[in-house]
Design a protein around this ligand. Sequence first.
Ligand code: IFM
Length: 445
Amino acid sequence: MPQAPLHCQFPPHFVWGVATSSFQIEGAAHADGKGESVWDRFCKQPGAIADASNGDIACDHYNRLEEDLDLIASLGVNCYRFSVAWPRVQPLGQGNWNPKGLDFYERLVDGLKARGIQAFATLNHWDLPQGLQERGGWNERNTVHRFVDYARHVQARLGDRLDGLTTHNEPWVVAVLGHEQGSFAPGIKSRGIAAQVSHHLLLSHGLALQALRADGARSPLGIVLNLSSCVPATAMPADIAAARMADARGRRWYADPLFKGCYPDEVLAELGADAPIVQPGDMAAIEQPMDYLGVNYYARTVVAASGADWDARQRGLPVTDMGWEIYPQGLADLLCLLHRDYPGLPPVYVTENGGAFKDQAVVNGRVQDDDRIAYLREHIAAVASALQQGVPMAGYMVWSLMDNFEWASGYQKRFGIVHVDYRTLARTPKASADWYRDFLKAWRG
Ligand code: IFM
Protein backbone atom coordinates (compact mmCIF):
# COMPACT_ATOMS: atom_id res chain seq x y z
CA MET A 1 0.00 0.00 0.00
CA PRO A 2 1.46 3.39 -0.92
CA GLN A 3 2.23 5.49 2.19
CA ALA A 4 0.60 8.89 2.63
CA PRO A 5 3.07 11.79 2.18
CA LEU A 6 5.07 12.28 5.39
CA HIS A 7 3.42 15.57 6.37
CA CYS A 8 -0.02 13.91 6.18
CA GLN A 9 0.98 11.35 8.81
CA PHE A 10 0.83 13.87 11.69
CA PRO A 11 -2.30 15.21 13.39
CA PRO A 12 -3.18 18.93 13.35
CA HIS A 13 -2.33 19.45 17.03
CA PHE A 14 1.22 18.06 16.63
CA VAL A 15 3.98 20.24 18.10
CA TRP A 16 6.93 21.08 15.83
CA GLY A 17 9.89 22.93 17.21
CA VAL A 18 13.54 23.79 17.32
CA ALA A 19 15.64 23.48 20.48
CA THR A 20 18.63 25.20 22.10
CA SER A 21 20.13 25.59 25.56
CA SER A 22 21.29 28.61 27.53
CA PHE A 23 25.03 27.92 27.81
CA GLN A 24 25.32 26.83 24.19
CA ILE A 25 23.90 30.00 22.63
CA GLU A 26 23.47 32.89 25.06
CA GLY A 27 27.00 34.20 25.67
CA ALA A 28 26.87 37.33 27.88
CA ALA A 29 28.58 35.18 30.47
CA HIS A 30 29.14 38.06 32.87
CA ALA A 31 26.33 40.42 31.87
CA ASP A 32 23.62 41.86 34.12
CA GLY A 33 24.71 40.10 37.29
CA LYS A 34 24.95 36.55 35.96
CA GLY A 35 26.95 34.23 38.19
CA GLU A 36 29.55 31.68 37.14
CA SER A 37 28.35 28.22 36.09
CA VAL A 38 30.18 24.91 36.29
CA TRP A 39 30.64 25.08 32.52
CA ASP A 40 32.21 28.58 32.71
CA ARG A 41 34.69 27.07 35.17
CA PHE A 42 35.23 23.79 33.28
CA CYS A 43 36.10 25.63 30.05
CA LYS A 44 39.10 27.13 31.86
CA GLN A 45 40.66 23.69 32.44
CA PRO A 46 43.46 23.18 29.92
CA GLY A 47 42.49 20.48 27.43
CA ALA A 48 38.84 20.26 28.56
CA ILE A 49 37.42 21.79 25.35
CA ALA A 50 38.70 20.59 21.97
CA ASP A 51 39.23 24.08 20.53
CA ALA A 52 39.97 25.72 23.92
CA SER A 53 36.83 27.84 23.51
CA ASN A 54 34.18 28.83 26.05
CA GLY A 55 30.65 30.19 26.31
CA ASP A 56 31.58 33.83 26.89
CA ILE A 57 30.10 34.96 23.56
CA ALA A 58 28.69 31.74 22.05
CA CYS A 59 26.01 32.88 19.55
CA ASP A 60 25.45 36.13 21.46
CA HIS A 61 21.79 35.21 21.67
CA TYR A 62 21.39 37.25 24.86
CA ASN A 63 22.08 40.43 22.88
CA ARG A 64 20.31 39.34 19.68
CA LEU A 65 17.04 38.16 21.15
CA GLU A 66 14.65 39.98 18.80
CA GLU A 67 16.58 38.91 15.70
CA ASP A 68 16.58 35.30 16.90
CA LEU A 69 12.87 35.37 17.73
CA ASP A 70 12.18 36.53 14.17
CA LEU A 71 14.44 33.76 12.91
CA ILE A 72 12.51 31.13 14.88
CA ALA A 73 9.21 32.53 13.60
CA SER A 74 10.50 32.49 10.01
CA LEU A 75 10.87 28.69 10.22
CA GLY A 76 7.13 28.24 10.70
CA VAL A 77 7.57 26.15 13.87
CA ASN A 78 4.87 26.29 16.55
CA CYS A 79 7.23 25.66 19.47
CA TYR A 80 10.64 26.71 20.79
CA ARG A 81 12.52 24.74 23.45
CA PHE A 82 15.12 26.69 25.43
CA SER A 83 16.70 26.50 28.86
CA VAL A 84 16.97 28.95 31.72
CA ALA A 85 20.49 29.56 33.04
CA TRP A 86 20.18 29.09 36.79
CA PRO A 87 23.21 31.36 37.53
CA ARG A 88 21.54 34.17 35.59
CA VAL A 89 18.50 33.95 37.84
CA GLN A 90 20.30 33.18 41.10
CA PRO A 91 24.03 33.87 40.74
CA LEU A 92 25.22 31.59 43.56
CA GLY A 93 22.42 29.02 43.36
CA GLN A 94 21.13 30.06 46.76
CA GLY A 95 20.38 33.36 48.44
CA ASN A 96 19.89 36.44 46.31
CA TRP A 97 17.80 36.40 43.15
CA ASN A 98 18.88 38.48 40.16
CA PRO A 99 15.71 40.04 38.68
CA LYS A 100 17.53 40.99 35.45
CA GLY A 101 18.01 37.29 34.73
CA LEU A 102 14.31 36.54 34.65
CA ASP A 103 13.67 39.81 32.79
CA PHE A 104 15.57 38.28 29.88
CA TYR A 105 13.52 35.04 29.92
CA GLU A 106 10.31 36.99 30.28
CA ARG A 107 11.19 38.96 27.12
CA LEU A 108 11.93 35.64 25.42
CA VAL A 109 8.65 34.01 26.46
CA ASP A 110 6.56 37.09 25.65
CA GLY A 111 8.35 37.38 22.29
CA LEU A 112 7.44 33.79 21.48
CA LYS A 113 3.82 34.27 22.52
CA ALA A 114 3.56 37.45 20.42
CA ARG A 115 4.64 35.35 17.45
CA GLY A 116 2.19 32.52 18.22
CA ILE A 117 4.93 30.08 19.28
CA GLN A 118 4.70 27.75 22.28
CA ALA A 119 7.40 28.13 24.94
CA PHE A 120 9.02 24.98 26.37
CA ALA A 121 11.48 25.88 29.13
CA THR A 122 14.07 23.61 30.75
CA LEU A 123 15.32 24.48 34.22
CA ASN A 124 18.60 22.54 34.17
CA HIS A 125 20.48 22.06 30.93
CA TRP A 126 23.71 21.48 32.88
CA ASP A 127 24.83 25.02 33.85
CA LEU A 128 24.69 24.58 37.63
CA PRO A 129 25.85 27.69 39.56
CA GLN A 130 29.54 27.22 40.47
CA GLY A 131 28.69 28.48 43.96
CA LEU A 132 26.68 25.30 44.54
CA GLN A 133 29.42 23.14 43.04
CA GLU A 134 31.74 24.51 45.68
CA ARG A 135 29.33 23.14 48.28
CA GLY A 136 29.36 19.68 46.70
CA GLY A 137 27.11 20.24 43.67
CA TRP A 138 24.69 17.48 42.70
CA ASN A 139 26.47 15.04 45.00
CA GLU A 140 25.04 17.02 47.95
CA ARG A 141 21.44 16.55 49.02
CA ASN A 142 21.21 20.27 49.78
CA THR A 143 21.38 20.99 46.01
CA VAL A 144 18.10 19.10 45.60
CA HIS A 145 16.33 21.61 47.83
CA ARG A 146 18.06 24.59 46.21
CA PHE A 147 16.80 23.32 42.82
CA VAL A 148 13.24 23.14 44.14
CA ASP A 149 13.49 26.79 45.31
CA TYR A 150 14.80 27.81 41.91
CA ALA A 151 12.06 25.88 40.07
CA ARG A 152 9.38 27.61 42.16
CA HIS A 153 10.93 31.02 41.55
CA VAL A 154 10.95 30.54 37.77
CA GLN A 155 7.40 29.20 37.76
CA ALA A 156 6.13 32.12 39.86
CA ARG A 157 7.32 34.56 37.19
CA LEU A 158 6.84 32.63 33.92
CA GLY A 159 4.60 29.66 34.67
CA ASP A 160 1.40 31.28 33.43
CA ARG A 161 2.88 31.62 29.92
CA LEU A 162 4.81 28.36 29.53
CA ASP A 163 3.57 25.43 27.46
CA GLY A 164 6.01 23.02 29.03
CA LEU A 165 8.31 23.21 32.03
CA THR A 166 11.03 20.56 32.09
CA THR A 167 13.07 19.95 35.22
CA HIS A 168 16.25 18.37 33.80
CA ASN A 169 17.77 17.78 30.42
CA GLU A 170 19.57 14.44 30.13
CA PRO A 171 20.43 13.54 33.75
CA TRP A 172 22.59 10.67 32.39
CA VAL A 173 24.98 13.20 30.88
CA VAL A 174 25.35 15.17 34.11
CA ALA A 175 25.89 11.99 36.12
CA VAL A 176 28.03 9.88 33.80
CA LEU A 177 29.93 12.34 31.59
CA GLY A 178 30.18 14.94 34.35
CA HIS A 179 30.91 12.76 37.39
CA GLU A 180 32.05 9.30 36.22
CA GLN A 181 34.00 9.93 33.01
CA GLY A 182 34.87 13.54 33.84
CA SER A 183 34.74 14.64 30.21
CA PHE A 184 32.01 17.21 30.95
CA ALA A 185 31.64 19.72 33.80
CA PRO A 186 32.41 19.48 36.64
CA GLY A 187 35.05 16.97 35.52
CA ILE A 188 34.78 14.43 38.38
CA LYS A 189 35.74 10.77 37.88
CA SER A 190 33.97 8.56 40.41
CA ARG A 191 31.33 5.90 39.76
CA GLY A 192 29.94 6.25 43.28
CA ILE A 193 29.55 10.02 43.03
CA ALA A 194 27.94 9.63 39.61
CA ALA A 195 25.35 7.22 41.03
CA GLN A 196 24.55 9.57 43.91
CA VAL A 197 24.31 12.51 41.50
CA SER A 198 21.83 10.62 39.32
CA HIS A 199 19.68 9.91 42.38
CA HIS A 200 19.74 13.56 43.48
CA LEU A 201 18.81 14.74 39.99
CA LEU A 202 15.82 12.40 39.90
CA LEU A 203 14.82 13.29 43.46
CA SER A 204 15.00 17.01 42.71
CA HIS A 205 12.78 16.40 39.68
CA GLY A 206 10.15 14.65 41.79
CA LEU A 207 10.25 17.16 44.65
CA ALA A 208 10.12 20.05 42.18
CA LEU A 209 7.02 18.59 40.52
CA GLN A 210 5.34 18.24 43.92
CA ALA A 211 6.22 21.82 44.88
CA LEU A 212 5.24 23.31 41.52
CA ARG A 213 1.87 21.59 41.66
CA ALA A 214 1.32 22.69 45.26
CA ASP A 215 1.99 26.23 44.02
CA GLY A 216 -0.74 25.80 41.38
CA ALA A 217 1.29 24.91 38.26
CA ARG A 218 -0.51 25.91 35.08
CA SER A 219 1.90 24.50 32.52
CA PRO A 220 2.52 20.81 31.79
CA LEU A 221 5.53 19.44 33.72
CA GLY A 222 8.02 16.79 32.64
CA ILE A 223 11.63 15.68 32.25
CA VAL A 224 13.88 15.04 29.24
CA LEU A 225 15.97 11.84 28.98
CA ASN A 226 18.64 11.04 26.41
CA LEU A 227 17.85 7.51 25.30
CA SER A 228 19.12 5.08 22.75
CA SER A 229 17.99 1.72 21.48
CA CYS A 230 20.55 -0.87 22.64
CA VAL A 231 21.12 -3.81 20.33
CA PRO A 232 23.55 -6.73 20.64
CA ALA A 233 26.51 -6.81 18.24
CA THR A 234 25.77 -10.48 17.42
CA ALA A 235 23.12 -13.08 18.26
CA MET A 236 25.50 -14.66 20.81
CA PRO A 237 23.86 -14.97 24.27
CA ALA A 238 26.72 -13.01 25.89
CA ASP A 239 26.19 -10.06 23.55
CA ILE A 240 22.43 -10.19 24.11
CA ALA A 241 22.98 -10.08 27.88
CA ALA A 242 25.45 -7.20 27.52
CA ALA A 243 22.94 -5.21 25.45
CA ARG A 244 20.25 -5.79 28.11
CA MET A 245 22.63 -4.52 30.78
CA ALA A 246 23.52 -1.45 28.74
CA ASP A 247 19.80 -0.73 28.34
CA ALA A 248 19.30 -1.12 32.10
CA ARG A 249 22.15 1.31 32.87
CA GLY A 250 21.28 3.93 30.27
CA ARG A 251 17.49 3.86 29.99
CA ARG A 252 15.92 1.95 32.86
CA TRP A 253 18.12 3.53 35.55
CA TYR A 254 16.29 6.78 34.78
CA ALA A 255 12.91 5.70 33.41
CA ASP A 256 12.11 2.93 35.92
CA PRO A 257 12.26 5.24 38.98
CA LEU A 258 10.13 7.83 37.15
CA PHE A 259 7.44 5.37 36.02
CA LYS A 260 7.78 2.42 38.42
CA GLY A 261 9.35 3.94 41.52
CA CYS A 262 12.39 1.64 41.66
CA TYR A 263 15.92 1.27 40.29
CA PRO A 264 16.68 -1.83 38.20
CA ASP A 265 17.99 -4.56 40.53
CA GLU A 266 20.75 -5.67 38.16
CA VAL A 267 22.27 -2.17 38.10
CA LEU A 268 22.05 -1.84 41.88
CA ALA A 269 23.82 -5.21 42.15
CA GLU A 270 26.50 -4.13 39.72
CA LEU A 271 27.07 -0.87 41.62
CA GLY A 272 27.40 -2.67 44.93
CA ALA A 273 28.98 -0.26 47.42
CA ASP A 274 28.74 2.52 44.81
CA ALA A 275 24.92 2.38 44.85
CA PRO A 276 23.35 5.70 45.87
CA ILE A 277 22.09 6.48 49.36
CA VAL A 278 18.30 6.47 49.03
CA GLN A 279 16.35 7.82 51.99
CA PRO A 280 12.86 6.59 52.94
CA GLY A 281 10.28 8.30 50.73
CA ASP A 282 12.73 9.20 47.95
CA MET A 283 11.45 6.68 45.42
CA ALA A 284 7.83 7.67 45.98
CA ALA A 285 8.83 11.31 45.52
CA ILE A 286 10.56 10.53 42.22
CA GLU A 287 7.55 8.62 40.86
CA GLN A 288 5.37 11.69 40.31
CA PRO A 289 2.79 11.66 37.53
CA MET A 290 4.25 13.53 34.58
CA ASP A 291 2.40 15.54 31.96
CA TYR A 292 4.93 14.56 29.28
CA LEU A 293 8.19 12.76 28.70
CA GLY A 294 10.87 14.33 26.51
CA VAL A 295 13.15 11.95 24.61
CA ASN A 296 16.43 13.04 23.00
CA TYR A 297 17.56 10.54 20.37
CA TYR A 298 20.64 10.64 18.16
CA ALA A 299 21.83 7.07 17.49
CA ARG A 300 21.45 3.44 18.52
CA THR A 301 24.00 1.71 20.75
CA VAL A 302 25.47 -1.56 19.54
CA VAL A 303 26.83 -3.60 22.44
CA ALA A 304 29.38 -6.43 22.53
CA ALA A 305 30.07 -8.52 25.65
CA SER A 306 33.80 -8.01 25.06
CA GLY A 307 33.27 -4.32 25.77
CA ALA A 308 34.94 -3.52 22.43
CA ASP A 309 33.77 -0.30 20.83
CA TRP A 310 31.48 -1.01 17.93
CA ASP A 311 32.60 1.58 15.41
CA ALA A 312 29.92 2.23 12.79
CA ARG A 313 32.31 4.29 10.66
CA GLN A 314 34.85 1.48 10.45
CA ARG A 315 32.06 -0.83 9.33
CA GLY A 316 31.19 1.52 6.51
CA LEU A 317 27.85 2.51 8.06
CA PRO A 318 26.63 6.11 7.74
CA VAL A 319 27.69 8.38 10.61
CA THR A 320 27.41 12.06 11.45
CA ASP A 321 30.36 14.35 12.11
CA MET A 322 30.18 13.23 15.78
CA GLY A 323 30.91 9.67 14.57
CA TRP A 324 27.40 8.68 15.68
CA GLU A 325 25.64 6.12 13.50
CA ILE A 326 22.68 7.37 11.50
CA TYR A 327 20.00 4.84 12.38
CA PRO A 328 16.43 6.25 12.22
CA GLN A 329 14.80 2.87 12.85
CA GLY A 330 16.35 3.02 16.34
CA LEU A 331 14.11 5.97 17.18
CA ALA A 332 10.94 4.07 16.26
CA ASP A 333 12.21 1.01 18.16
CA LEU A 334 13.00 3.08 21.24
CA LEU A 335 9.63 4.85 21.29
CA CYS A 336 7.78 1.53 20.94
CA LEU A 337 9.90 0.04 23.74
CA LEU A 338 8.95 2.90 26.07
CA HIS A 339 5.30 2.41 25.17
CA ARG A 340 5.59 -1.32 25.91
CA ASP A 341 7.54 -1.02 29.17
CA TYR A 342 5.64 1.84 30.79
CA PRO A 343 1.85 1.43 30.61
CA GLY A 344 0.17 4.82 30.93
CA LEU A 345 3.13 6.56 29.31
CA PRO A 346 2.28 10.28 29.12
CA PRO A 347 2.48 12.20 25.82
CA VAL A 348 5.99 11.89 24.40
CA TYR A 349 7.94 14.64 22.66
CA VAL A 350 11.14 14.01 20.77
CA THR A 351 12.75 17.02 22.40
CA GLU A 352 16.04 16.71 20.49
CA ASN A 353 17.04 15.04 17.27
CA GLY A 354 19.46 16.20 14.61
CA GLY A 355 22.93 15.78 13.25
CA ALA A 356 26.29 17.50 13.18
CA PHE A 357 27.65 17.53 9.64
CA LYS A 358 30.64 19.12 7.97
CA ASP A 359 28.58 21.77 6.25
CA GLN A 360 29.92 23.54 3.21
CA ALA A 361 30.86 27.12 3.95
CA VAL A 362 28.23 29.69 3.08
CA VAL A 363 28.35 30.06 -0.73
CA ASN A 364 26.26 32.88 -2.21
CA GLY A 365 24.24 33.02 0.98
CA ARG A 366 23.59 29.27 0.95
CA VAL A 367 24.63 26.17 2.94
CA GLN A 368 23.47 23.08 1.04
CA ASP A 369 23.28 20.53 3.89
CA ASP A 370 21.56 17.67 2.07
CA ASP A 371 22.84 15.10 4.59
CA ARG A 372 21.03 16.91 7.42
CA ILE A 373 17.82 17.11 5.37
CA ALA A 374 17.95 13.34 4.83
CA TYR A 375 18.66 12.80 8.54
CA LEU A 376 15.68 14.90 9.62
CA ARG A 377 13.29 13.43 7.05
CA GLU A 378 14.14 9.85 8.01
CA HIS A 379 13.85 10.48 11.75
CA ILE A 380 10.55 12.30 11.34
CA ALA A 381 9.37 9.23 9.37
CA ALA A 382 10.42 7.10 12.38
CA VAL A 383 8.23 9.29 14.63
CA ALA A 384 5.33 8.78 12.20
CA SER A 385 5.90 5.04 12.40
CA ALA A 386 5.80 5.15 16.22
CA LEU A 387 2.57 7.14 16.06
CA GLN A 388 1.02 4.52 13.79
CA GLN A 389 2.05 1.85 16.29
CA GLY A 390 0.13 3.60 19.06
CA VAL A 391 2.88 5.52 20.87
CA PRO A 392 1.34 8.75 22.27
CA MET A 393 3.63 11.06 20.27
CA ALA A 394 2.93 14.76 20.82
CA GLY A 395 5.80 16.60 19.15
CA TYR A 396 9.22 16.72 17.53
CA MET A 397 11.97 19.33 18.00
CA VAL A 398 15.08 19.67 15.87
CA TRP A 399 18.44 19.97 17.60
CA SER A 400 19.37 22.64 16.95
CA LEU A 401 18.00 26.01 15.86
CA MET A 402 21.52 27.22 15.11
CA ASP A 403 25.15 26.11 15.25
CA ASN A 404 26.40 26.54 18.80
CA PHE A 405 28.87 25.54 21.53
CA GLU A 406 28.91 21.74 21.42
CA TRP A 407 30.30 21.23 24.94
CA ALA A 408 33.69 19.42 24.99
CA SER A 409 33.84 19.70 21.17
CA GLY A 410 33.66 23.49 21.36
CA TYR A 411 32.52 25.18 18.15
CA GLN A 412 33.90 22.49 15.86
CA LYS A 413 30.67 20.52 15.49
CA ARG A 414 27.72 22.16 13.76
CA PHE A 415 24.21 20.90 14.58
CA GLY A 416 22.23 23.95 13.47
CA ILE A 417 19.68 24.28 10.70
CA VAL A 418 20.86 27.89 10.77
CA HIS A 419 24.56 28.55 10.12
CA VAL A 420 26.41 30.86 12.51
CA ASP A 421 29.55 32.66 11.38
CA TYR A 422 31.48 32.84 14.64
CA ARG A 423 33.52 35.86 13.46
CA THR A 424 30.56 38.07 12.54
CA LEU A 425 27.82 36.13 14.38
CA ALA A 426 25.72 36.40 11.23
CA ARG A 427 22.95 33.80 11.00
CA THR A 428 22.23 32.13 7.64
CA PRO A 429 19.43 29.56 7.35
CA LYS A 430 20.76 26.37 5.73
CA ALA A 431 18.91 24.34 3.08
CA SER A 432 17.64 22.15 5.98
CA ALA A 433 15.88 25.19 7.47
CA ASP A 434 14.14 25.76 4.12
CA TRP A 435 13.24 22.07 3.96
CA TYR A 436 11.76 22.14 7.49
CA ARG A 437 9.80 25.31 6.70
CA ASP A 438 8.39 23.76 3.50
CA PHE A 439 7.57 20.52 5.32
CA LEU A 440 5.66 22.42 8.03
CA LYS A 441 3.85 24.51 5.44
CA ALA A 442 2.66 21.33 3.73
CA TRP A 443 1.63 19.85 7.10
CA ARG A 444 -0.42 22.97 7.94
CA GLY A 445 -2.08 22.55 4.53
O1 IFM B 1 24.30 19.65 22.17
C1 IFM B 1 23.77 18.58 22.89
C2 IFM B 1 22.64 19.04 23.80
O2 IFM B 1 23.06 20.04 24.66
C3 IFM B 1 22.13 17.89 24.61
N1 IFM B 1 21.82 16.76 23.79
C4 IFM B 1 22.79 16.33 22.82
C5 IFM B 1 23.24 17.51 21.98
C6 IFM B 1 24.27 17.05 20.94
O3 IFM B 1 25.39 16.51 21.56
